[in-house]
Design a protein. Sequence first.
Length: 168
Amino acid sequence: MIAEEKERNTLRSLMMTPATTMDVLIGKSTLVFVMSAVALAIATYILGYEPASIGAFVAAVLLSIILYTAAGTICGLFSKTLLDASLSIIPVAFIFTGAPWGALLADDYPILKVLDYVPSSQLVHLLKIRHIGFTTGDLLKPLLIILAWTVVLTIVSIVLYQRRLKDE
């Protein structure tokens, strides 16, 4: 949505309104957030997945939606057109969603162990936790890693948005 604003030359006008940076970013992200949450809830229901901890599952999913929205915002801020944004998100999506598959090769290629700390890998770890015999630490480690990624990417998107405001 940010890239579309830039392409239509309305981003600058939007930035000059009395709305704060957070107002604009939350407003632009709300639709994506709601659609993602509804789609994930429907998919979870259809597939019959029952997490070990519903609270941890919901927290991880909500943090992940915020994280990927922030990543999309960052790509949109670096893009000049909607097509550029669509293309710039491909490597980001490939790295973030492909990380759990790359982490499987970590035994053969030790450098790929870093992929185990990508949020999607942590979400996979969280989803694999069994109903019986898990500890709070089993839930906490993936949630804290996803939270750290979410905070960092959200801060980066806010800083880049504010920098964009000053650049134009």
